[in-house]
Design a protein around this ligand. Structure first.
Ligand SMILES: [Zn+2]
Length: 402
C-alpha cells in the first residue's frame, strides 16, 4: 500500500507495527495528504477523518530485501533442481549465463522490473557493475548496490581493487546531489572461495577509508566448509575446473571461519549472507562483535537447497542482528518479502511475529545505515523500516498469522 499525496484516511488494522515502537491491537494509522499524522488505538483517532477498515491484517512498514542478484532475476525460475548441491547448482548457473545472448545490463534491468512488482521498500543487490545501479538511481524500489568483487587469483586481484578505487574516485568527491548514488554503495567480496585474502584485505581497507558496508556470502553450504578447510570436495573441484591452482584462502589449515571473521570485523559494518553453517565458536565471535555484523537469512532459497535448519534461535539468543533477503529466483528465491516472512513464521512458530517483522524492517535498515530520516537527502522522504508520525512511507499488509 503506497499512500499517495492525495490520501487522507484513517487506516484501521487488526495489528499495527509502528516500529520502533510496540505493536497496537486494532490500531489506526491516520494519513493526511499522504503524511502519517497519528498512530493510535481506534478510540483515540480523529473521527472526522474517513475510516478505511483493512480487516484483520498486520500493517507494517514496507520491508527491505537485503540480498538479491538482480542479474539472475529476470527469468523468475530456478536453475536446476530443488535440492541440488551448491556446487552442481553453480555449474548449472555458469552454463545458463554462458548461453545468454542478452547483454548483462539488460538482464539486470529485467531483474529490477521483477523487484518493482514486489513489496520491498529497498533492494540490496550484489551487482557486478555499480554503474548499472546508477542508471536506476531514481527508480523504485531504490537499489543499494553491493559492488560484487570476484578474484580467485592474485593476478586478478589488483585489477578488481582498481575498479573499486576508480568508482569511488569518480563519485565520492562529487557534491551532495551527485554523491547520492555512492551513499547506496558497499563492497561485496563474493565469498571466501572466490576471492584472495589480498582482495578481502583490500576491501576491508577501502570500507574503512570510505565508511562503506561490506557484504559477503559466508558458510552457505556444507561443501563450502570442506572446500575451505581441506581444499577438497565438489566445490574445490568445481573451482579448479576454472583455476587449476586454486587453493583455500585464508590459509585453510583448520576447519574454522575465525581468521576470516577477525579480518572482516575491522570493517565498519558487515552483512554475512546466509551464514548457515557457522559453529558455536564462530557465532560467539559474531556476538562479541555484534555492532559490526549482521546475518542475512534467505528463507525460500534456503529451503530450495534443502540446507540444514538455519540456527535462527541460536543467533537471536546471542543478540546477533538478523535481516532477511530473498536471493535470486535462480536459487528458488521469492522476491515478495511478505512471502518470506510468512514462510519463516510457519517454520518458527516459537518466534513472535513482531520479531520477524523487525528483522525485515528496522534491523535491515540499521544494517545499511538507512534508519535515519531522509537518508538520501531530498530524494527520499522518510527513514526506512519505520512507521512514524511525519513520514510519507510505504506500508504493507498481510493477513494476520496465528
Ligand atoms: Zn547470493
Amino acid at each position: 500500500m503506497q499512500s499517495s499525496v492525495f490520501t487522507t484516511k484513517r487506516f484501521l488494522a487488526g495489528e499495527v507495527f509502528p516500529f520502533p515502537d510496540a505493536p497496537i491491537e486494532r490500531g489506526v494509522v491516520t494519513v493526511i495528504e499522504g503524511e502519517v499524522t497519528a498512530i493510535s488505538e481506534l478510540a483515540a483517532s480523529d473521527p472526522s477523518i474517513p475510516l478505511h477498515d483493512l480487516g484483520d491484517v498486520a500493517l507494517f512498514p514496507a520491508p527491505l530485501n537485503l540480498h538479491t542478484h538482480l542479474l539472475f532475476s529476470g527469468r523468475a525460475i530456478p536453475v536446476g533442481e530443488a535440492g541440488s548441491s551448491f556446487p552442481s547448482w553453480l555449474a548449472e548457473v555458469g552454463k545458463v549465463q554462458a548461453a545468454h545472448t542478452t547483454p548483462p545490463e539488460k538482464r539486470f534491468r529485467e531483474g529490477h522490473k521483477q523487484a518493482q512488482n514486489s513489496d520491498a521498500a529497498l533492494v540490496a543487490d550484489f551487482c557486478p557493475d555499480p554503474e548499472w545501479a546508477l542508471d536506476l538511481s531514481t527508480a523504485q524500489p531504490p537499489l543499494f548496490a553491493f559492488h560484487e568483487l570476484i578474484a580467485p587469483t592474485l593476478a586478478r586481484t589488483e585489477g578488481v581493487l582498481e575498479s573499486v578505487k576508480t568508482f569511488l574516485g569518480q563519485y565520492v568527491a562529487c557534491d551532495e546531489e551527485d554523491a547520492l548514488p555512492w551513499r547506496r554503495y558497499g563492497l561485496a567480496p563474493h565469498a571466501l572461495y572466490s576471492t584472495t585474502t589480498e582482495l578481502l584485505e583490500g576491501s576491508v581497507e577501502l570500507a574503512k577509508e570510505y565508511d562503506l558496508p561490506l557484504a559477503i556470502h559466508l558458510a552457505e553450504s556444507p561443501e563450502e566448509r570442506e572446500c575451505l578447510a581441506a581444499g577438497t570436495g565438489p566445490l574445490a573441484e568445481f573451482l579448479r575446473s576454472f583455476v587449476p591452482d586454486w587453493s583455500p584462502q585464508p590459509s585453510g589449515e583448520a576447519d574454522t571461519y575465525l581468521p576470516a571473521l577477525e579480518l572482516l570485523a575491522q570493517a565498519p559494518r558487515v552483512l554475512l549472507i546466509h551464514a548457515n553453517y557457522l559453529n558455536a565458536n564462530e557465532l560467539d565471535f559474531l556476538a562479541q562483535h555484534r555492532e559490526k555484523f549482521g546475518i542475512v537469512h534467505c528463507p525460500y532459497s534456503h529451503r530450495w537447497f534443502g540446507y540444514d535448519r538455519f540456527p535462527l534461535e541460536a543467533v537471536l539468543e546471542r543478540g546477533i542482528p538478523v535481516a532477511l533477503g530473498t536471493d535470486s529466483p535462480a536459487s528458488g528465491g521469492v522476491l515478495e518479502m511478505t512471502e518470506n516472512i510468512r514462510l519463516l513464521r510457519r517454520e518458527r512458530p516459537g518466534i513472535p511475529l513482531v520479531e520477524l517483522l523487525r528483522m525485515a524492517t528496522t534491523t535491515a535498515a540499521q544494517l545499511l545505515g538507512l534508519d535515519v530520516a531522509n537518508p538520501f537527502g531530498s530524494h527520499y522522504d522518510g527513514a526506512f523500516g519505520r512507521l512514524q508520525i511525519g513520514q510519507r512511507c510505504s506500508l504493507v499488509t498481510t493477513p494476520r498469522l496465528p
